[in-house]
Design a protein around this ligand. Structure first.
Ligand SMILES: Cc1ncc(COP(=O)(O)O)c(C=O)c1O
Length: 455
């Protein structure tokens, strides 16, 4: 861990001036926008530095970053290989016209094509995960000639107009009409089965029923289903074995394309290079984002040579001013160097196993933990008022998160407070994971006591 600076409660601003946290927040109150994930108030911490698994705020206080930033710093904050690539691009070419190919973009496409599950091979590079999902949907529309797209009801695909239209885990209300032809299907949320059945006896009735409803709603222009292989923002919900394959068959029966949004699950986090490989189900389009650029914004859509040929012939154009820019492409090449070179999928399995043993121990000690789930680096706990009724304990998650923040652990609160999600970086050490578990243990105890006193 970083050593704490001594005796300072200030952090240098852009001109080297120092300000206290209160002063930074005062400026934020005047000039900054609050419309952001999980942040509705002008409050600390105000972050200023990060190395590896740790970020530091302007007071010099350190936090284990078990959000990995916004899931983008999973290679560790300021990973030296990424820093080197950024510096190299600053000396060569930062931005280039996307009307021309550039060497970094071509090299990145080759590198990604080599690790993508066949027949996925051809890539384009965009900025955010929302961008790549929009691009994937646009490709599916151009290819099929349809426009109707469905996504499970606990999904998260981004906050752009089209991706928000397919995001049903929340963040959906109050933005006016969504993109025409976007539909929700039932997600296989087995801990709270939407139709009250139990896997495997259910024989995936949720999917069968969803597709019947989709057929009934369709105007005859079905294009695609987009899904995460593990619903992360929706509450760390894992589809039961066989669901992804059954979904692919349901798409094929309707001439729909299948899009996997592997923004979070791709590039090693779940213990294999791509999550879909664990079930042997290869989609028609796969999107990646998050730690792809090692902290620099870049996303990709990968598809087959056949789909690329058809949509290119039909004049598909998707992209932005910064599509295929050399600097983020170079950062992504460096990130692939790290992911492949250090066998990060294996590290994710190892870190995940160790962290899981902590979560399971905590579940034995704390009644409030109703379920422990997830894989590799994406794991979560669902909080319940009692294990018999499984009534979600929304207040508990918010209170635990507050205590963990005080204790020096960052995590995310999902499903309105009833799920806590942890995404520790790949290089998390056992000592750091032990410390995080200890902070979480104390946070749960303090929150439960506080809530029972308040009753
Ligand atoms: C699965 C998934 N898809 C897409 C996105 C959107 O990515 P971005 O925020 O980079 O637009 C996210 C963001 O959390 C995500 O978790």
């Amino acid at each position: 861990m970083m050593t704490k600076p001594t005796g300072t409660t200030t952090a240098a601003g852009p001109q080297g001036e120092t300000r206290t946290e209160a002063q930074w927040l005062e400026i934020a109150r005047e000039y900054s926008f609050r419309g952001r994930m999980d942040k509705g108030s002008f409050s600390g911490p105000v972050l200023s530095e990060g190395r590896g698994s740790v970020v530091r705020d302007v007071n010099g206080k350190e936090y284990l970053d078990y959000n990995s930033g916004q899931m983008c710093s999973a290679l560790g904050h300021s990973n030296p290989t990424i820093v080197e690539a950024i510096k190299e691009s600053c000396d060569t070419l930062i931005h280039a016209s996307s009307s021309y190919f550039n060497v970094k973009e071509i090299e990145l496409a080759r590198r990604l094509g080599e690790i993508a599950p066949p027949p996925l091979k051809k890539s384009m590079f965009l900025g955010s995960g929302s961008d790549s999902n929009e691009a994937a949907v646009a490709i599916a529309k151009k290819y099929t000639g349809g426009f109707e797209v469905a996504s499970p009801h606990v999904s998260f695909h981004g906050m752009s107009e089209a991706s928000r239209s397919l995001t049903f885990a929340g963040w959906h209300q109050g933005y006016g009409p969504m993109t025409p032809g976007t539909y929700a299907i039932m997600a296989p949320y087995c801990y709270r089965c939407p139709i009250g059945l139990t896997f495997p006896k259910c024989e995936l009735a949720c999917l069968k029923g969803s597709m019947e409803v989709l057929d009934a709603q369709s105007t005859g222009s079905l294009a695609a289903v987009i899904t995460e292989p593990l619903f992360s923002a929706g509450g760390v919900i894992e589809p039961p074995s066989g669901w992804l394959g059954a979904l692919k068959r349901a798409c094929r029966e309707r001439d729909m394309l299948l899009i996997f949004d592997e923004s979070q699950t791709g590039l090693g986090k779940l213990g294999s290079m791509f999550a879909c490989e664990q079930e042997g189900v290869i989609p028609d389009l796969l999107s990646i984002a998050k730690h792809f650029g090692g902290g620099i914004e870049i996303s990709a859509v990968i598809t087959t040579a056949e789909i690329e040929e058809v949509v290119a012939q039909r004049g598909l154009v998707v992209g932005h001013s910064h599509t295929n820019d050399p600097l983020p492409c170079n950062a992504a090449i460096a990130s692939l160097d790290v992911i492949v070179g250090d066998n990060l999928p294996e590290r994710a399995r190892e870190v995940g196993k160790y962290w899981r043993s902590h979560l399971e121990t905590l579940a034995v000690e704390h009644e409030v933990i109703g379920d422990v789930r997830g894989r590799g680096l994406i794991q979560g706990i669902e909080l319940v008022r009692d294990r018999h009724s499984r009534a979600p304990y929304f207040e508990a998650g918010k209170a635990i998160s507050r205590h963990c923040l005080t204790g020096g652990l960052l995590l995310s609160v999902r499903r309105n407070g009833s799920v806590l999600r942890f995404v520790p970086p790949f290089y998390s050490t056992h000592a750091e994971l032990d410390r995080a578990a200890d902070i979480l243990d104390r946070g749960i105890t303090a929150a439960v006591e506080e809530l029972s006193r308040a009753r």
